[in-house]
Design a protein around this ligand. Structure first.
Ligand code: ISL
Ligand code: CA
Length: 547
């Protein structure tokens, strides 16, 4: 396969609101990000993805854009953005911006025009429908609760919003609207942006009846058109589309290079495995075997021409170590490193969500008023009205809330965790006094140094980037292991997903120097048995020998 500049790199995802506040107003900002580029460079990061920084009334923390050409006032000015782009170049860091193209804010000029009258030239930039049998045109439910249709008194029609009512859906069937978006993408490319993450891209197409079709050929047609008018006009671009429900075949359609649509997609098969944030936040039981099966499928079925994105979390999901590892004090560091090893050893581009590299955990706020996320608050209100007990609702909220990932980045143990000199917009996780960047940097055995090593390894070992993938101990219920093979190199990754010790047969001799990385100081091996301690993870170079 043709090698691409981003194949052996990681992407570090920044949630600007919670990364670093440079002026003490409690809200992270662009100058705050600029201050921390040295930190990211030390970690080995060469690509950052910024969650939306555009002008926005913030109903959904920037995913409701009122002006695509301006910066959110709380984050800074357009000059601050240019300064960030410049400074990133000095640190050898490329910027990926978030593109929210399914909807705009209801405060966007296009929507204000659109809703003013049926004859307005912008009317068709959004999706307006007459009632059907006196009711909403379709019965779909919006992601953040309620119907996707909102009645507009002035013009006596419904408009569609897949997310909250302040996020009206753009009408992709309108060529002028699409051209406006392409123009805006080119504007940012000219400013020096090297890639985009396309928000909810599998939601952009709505059919004649206003119904969302997330598996339509139309989406691919639009993406080809977009690519042709934007990304392909420059050589150094990288794109990733969020297509949460995509299966391996669809992911290939989005990301196979010859199709000229996108470079990779985010699919959410692992994200939904335990029921998190699925309907009514109802938990779903799963076993390690289920997880293994899903992850192995994506490793092998995507085919050799398409490329995976690898992630354990993002700004929409709880913290990885609390969810897939174990955040109890004795296991937190071990399991955070174990999860990182498993993911970064796989084929694809790993994404690190801010704070993951220091082992940040979920938060347990005591009261609903501590939460900021619109989805969480709407869920709470809904369950209250259905008569659920307070404690039960809060238990669901704590497990599912997107705010778990949105607590401020923990830089040090000072009063504002080094995030802000003022009052943070959302409460700090009280564990910042123990879990923070400063502490991680002082400890050679920290989660931070483990990530740094993993990032380095992917840059030096082609086998980790281009090697084939082969499951090992496939039916084992607590071990997740695989081999990567490339030319005459092989790497074996073995992870114990449990807090109990377990032994497995390993009939190759392993020397100290074959161990590329481990979260224990030594390897516990007797004859042909490898003993894996709680959450042990080891990456071994086996030089072509099979186990
Ligand atoms: O919600 C989902 C599954 O639980 C996805 O299918 C959904 O498409 C995805 O979460 C969309 O998320 C993105 O767009 C939202 C925004 O609130 C999120 O933060 C963003 O990641 C609306 O713009
Ligand atoms: Ca600020």
């Amino acid at each position: 396969m043709e090698k691409k500049w981003w194949h052996n790199q990681v992407v570090y995802q920044i949630y600007p609101r919670s990364f670093r506040d440079s002026n003490g107003d409690g809200i992270g900002d662009l100058n705050g990000i600029r201050e921390k580029l040295g930190y990211l460079q030390e970690l080995g990061v060469q690509i950052i993805w910024l969650c939306p920084v555009y002008r926005s009334p913030n109903r959904d923390n920037g995913y409701d854009i009122s002006d695509y050409y301006q910066i959110m006032e709380e984050f800074g000015t357009i000059e601050d953005m240019y300064a960030l782009i410049e400074e990133c170049k000095n640190h050898d860091i490329s910027i990926i911006m978030d593109l929210v193209l399914n909807h705009s804010s209801d405060m966007h000029e296009w929507f204000r025009e659109s809703r003013s009258s049926r004859e307005n030239p912008y009317r068709d930039y959004y999706i307006w429908k007459d009632p059907v049998d006196g009711k909403e045109p379709t019965s779909e439910e919006a992601f953040f609760g309620g119907s996707v249709w909102e009645w507009d008194e002035t013009t006596q029609q419904y408009y569609r919003h897949t997310f909250c009512r302040e996020q009206p859906d753009l009408n992709w069937n309108n060529i002028h609207m699409r051209q406006e978006l392409y123009k805006m993408i080119c504007f940012w490319m000219e400013k020096g942006i090297q890639g985009f993450r396309l928000d909810a891209i599998d939601r952009i197409y709505k059919n004649e009846s206003g119904y969302l079709e997330s598996k339509s050929d139309k989406i691919h047609e639009f993406l080809k058109e977009m690519n042709h008018n934007t990304f392909s006009t420059a050589s150094h671009m990288v794109t990733v589309g969020e297509a949460s429900g995509a299966d391996t075949e669809e992911a290939r359609l989005y990301s196979a290079p010859d199709r000229q649509e996108l470079d990779m997609v985010f699919q959410f098969e692992v994200m939904g495995i335990d029921g998190t944030r699925t309907r009514d936040f109802e938990p779903k039981g799963y076993t390690l075997k289920d997880l293994k099966q899903v992850m192995a499928k994506w490793q092998t079925e995507l085919g050799s021409d398409a490329w995976n994105s690898l992630f354990w979390s993002n700004h929409d999901y709880p913290r990885a170590v609390s969810r897939f590892g174990n955040d109890a004090p004795e296991y937190r560091v071990l399991s955070a490193k174990m999860l990182a090893t498993l993911l970064h050893g796989m084929r694809g581009t790993p994404y690190i969500y801010q704070g993951e590299e220091i082992g940040m955990t979920n938060v347990r706020y005591s009261d609903i008023s501590d939460y900021r996320d619109i989805e969480t608050i709407n869920f709470y209100k809904k369950k209250k009205s259905e008569g659920w007990a307070e404690e039960k609702i809060m238990e669901y909220v704590r497990r599912n809330s997107r705010d778990n990932a949105r607590t401020p980045m923990q830089w040090d143990d000072s009063a504002g965790a080094g995030f802000s000199e003022g009052t943070p917009w959302i409460g700090l996780n009280p564990n910042y006094t123990e879990i923070n960047v400063c502490q991680n940097r002082q400890d050679r055995a920290s989660v931070f140094y483990h990530y740094k090593k993993l990032i380095e390894l992917r840059k030096t070992k082609d086998v980790l980037v281009y090697g084939s993938f082969q499951m090992e101990y496939e039916t084992h219920s607590q071990i997740f292991a695989y081999t990567r093979n490339y030319e005459d190199e092989s790497v074996l990754v073995i992870c114990n997903f449990d807090r109990t010790t377990c032994s497995i047969p390993l009939n190759i001799s392993v020397d100290e120097k074959d161990i590329l990385l481990s979260n224990y100081e030594d390897l516990k091996k007797e004859d042909e048995t490898l003993c894996l301690r709680p959450y042990e993870a080891v990456m071994i170079q086996t030089g072509g020998k099979t186990i």
